[in-house]
Design a protein around this ligand. Structure first.
Ligand SMILES: Nc1ncnc2c1ncn2[C@@H]1O[C@H](COP(=O)(O)OP(=O)(O)OP(=O)(O)O)[C@@H](O)[C@H]1O
Length: 370
C-alpha cells in the first residue's frame, strides 16, 4: 500500500504542499522546525484520521486558519481525504465518498511509525502495547475492529452498572454475554497473531548481539488468569468488580511483557538497544501482516540513538517488510547513508529539502563522497 502523492493544506507550518512520491525511499531533510515531522504527521492523519503527536486536531491546523486538509492517492488509484475544522468536526473521504470511521482509512493505508515516542512500546502503559498487537490483528483480519468495538461497548455498560452498585445477574447477564462472545473472538485473534509475531520478532532479534538480545522474551497476557476461562474469570471477579466500580479482568487488560531474564527489558537495555528492540518489533508486525498489506513506514529522525550499523540493519528490515518509507533528518548525507547501501530502488532514495514549511524535491540521493 504505497502512496503516489500527498497534498497538504494548512497543516501546522505547511500552508500548501504537493508532494509526488515516485520511489520507495523518500528522505525529507531540513533544519529544526522546518516542517519535516509535520509532513509525517499529515501522512499519519491520512492513514488513521489523527496525528501521532497530538490527540487534539486543532493543534494541527495552521495558526490563523479555520481548517486543514490532507489528500492522498495510493498507487492502486484509491483516493483518501481528511479534513479537520477548528470546532473539532471533520470529514473523511475515500474515493470521494464519505467514510464512517478512521479504521476505513487504516485498512487502505497501513502505517508504522518510528519516532521518539517509540520507546513507549517498552516503558509505556499496557494500552500502548495492546494497540501494537491490535494493529497487527486488524491488518491480518479487518473484522477484528468490529468485535473489539462490541466488546468495548459491552464493557462500558457493565461498568456503568457496577458503578451504580448493581450486581443483579439479570441486569449484568446481557452485557456479560456480549463481553464473553466478543471477548473470546478478540482474545483468539490476538493469541493466534501473537504466535506468528513472536517468531518473526525473534528472527530479527537473532540478528542483534546475542549477549544482549539472546534472552529478550515477549509474552502475551490475555487480561485474566490463564487457568480460568473468560466466563469463569468474569464470574469470580464480579463482587470485587462491584466494590471497585469497574471490570478488572478481560481482554481490555491484555498486555505484552518484554523481559530479559525476568527483568523488564527497559530496565536492562540501553536507549539505542531499546530502539532496536522496537524497530525489530515494528518490522516483525509488518511481516506478520504479510505481503498483501505491506505498510508504509514513517521514520522521524532515524539516526537519533542509533549507530550506523543499527541504522543499516533497520533499513534492511524495512526493505523486507514495507511498501515505502518516509524518513526525516537534518543532514541529507547522514540521513541517506543507511538507505544508499541497499540494492535497487531501495538504495536510490528520493531527496526532499524542507524549509519554512515548503517541501521541494531535489532529486535522487546526494553524492556520499566528501
Ligand atoms: N498549528 C501550527 N501552525 C503553524 N505552525 C505550527 C503549528 N504547530 C506547530 N507549528 C510549527 O511548525 C514548525 C514545524 O514543526 P515540525 O515539528 O514539523 O519541525 P521539524 O522540521 O520536524 O523539526 P525538528 O527537526 O526540530 O524535529 C515548528 O516551528 C512549529 O513551531
Amino acid at each position: 500500500m504505497a502512496l503516489s502523492r500527498v497534498v497538504l493544506t494548512n497543516f501546522r507550518n505547511i500552508a500548501h504542499a504537493d508532494v509526488e512520491l515516485d520511489g520507495v525511499v523518500h528522505l525529507f531533510c531540513g533544519a529544526n522546525g522546518s516542517g519535516k515531522t509535520s509532513l509525517l504527521e499529515a501522512v499519519h492523519t491520512l492513514g488513521s484520521g489523527r496525528s501521532f503527536r497530538s490527540r487534539q486536531s486543532q493543534s494541527l491546523i495552521r495558526y490563523g486558519e479555520e481548517s486543514l486538509a490532507v489528500f492522498g492517492r495510493l498507487r492502486s488509484g484509491v483516493a483518501l481525504g481528511v479534513e479537520k475544522l477548528r470546532d473539532g468536526k471533520g470529514r473523511i473521504r475515500i474515493n470521494q465518498l464519505p467514510a464512517s470511521s478512521s479504521s476505513e482509512l487504516a485498512a487502505c493505508l497501513p502505517l508504522q511509525v518510528i519516532n521518539s515516542d517509540s520507546f513507549s512500546a517498552l516503558d509505556g502503559g499496557p494500552g500502548v502495547r495492546r494497540q501494537l498487537l491490535d494493529w497487527t490483528v486488524f491488518h491480518v483480519e479487518h473484522s477484528f475492529s468490529a468485535q473489539w468495538k462490541v466488546y468495548q461497548s459491552a464493557l462500558k455498560q457493565r461498568n456503568a452498572l457496577l458503578r451504580r452498585g448493581k450486581i443483579d445477574s439479570n441486569l449484568l447477564a446481557p452485557w456479560e454475554q456480549q463481553l464473553l462472545s466478543a471477548g473470546e473472538v478478540v482474545h483468539r485473534g490476538r493469541y493466534e497473531v501473537f504466535q506468528r509475531l513472536k517468531v518473526l520478532f525473534r528472527a530479527r532479534l537473532d540478528e542483534l548481539p546475542r549477549d544482549v538480545f539472546g534472552d529478550l522474551d515477549v509474552q502475551y497476557r490475555s487480561g485474566w488468569k490463564r487457568e480460568l476461562s473468560l466466563a469463569d474469570a468474569l464470574q469470580s471477579s464480579r463482587s470485587g468488580d462491584c466494590d471497585q466500580g469497574f471490570t478488572r479482568v478481560g481482554p481490555h487488560r491484555a498486555d505484552l511483557r518484554f523481559t530479559i531474564n525476568g527483568q523488564p527489558a527497559e530496565a536492562v537495555l540501553s536507549r539505542g538497544q531499546q530502539k532496536m528492540a522496537v524497530c525489530a518489533l515494528r518490522t516483525a508486525m509488518a511481516a506478520t501482516v504479510g505481503a498483501t498489506e505491506r505498510p508504509l513506514f514513517l521514520v522521524d529522525d532515524l539516526p537519533a540513538e542509533l549507530d550506523e550499523a543499527n541504522q543499516a540493519l533497520f533499513a534492511r528490515w524495512v526493505r523486507d517488510t514495507a511498501s515505502q518509507v518516509l524518513v526525516t533528518g537534518i543532514d541529507p548525507k547522514t540521513t541517506q547513508r543507511a538507505w544508499s547501501a541497499l540494492d535497487g530502488a531501495w538504495g536510490d532514495p528520493q531527496m526532499f529539502h524542507v524549509e519554512h514549511g515548503r517541501i521541494e524535491c531535489i532529486g535522487q540521493g546526494v553524492d556520499q563522497g566528501d
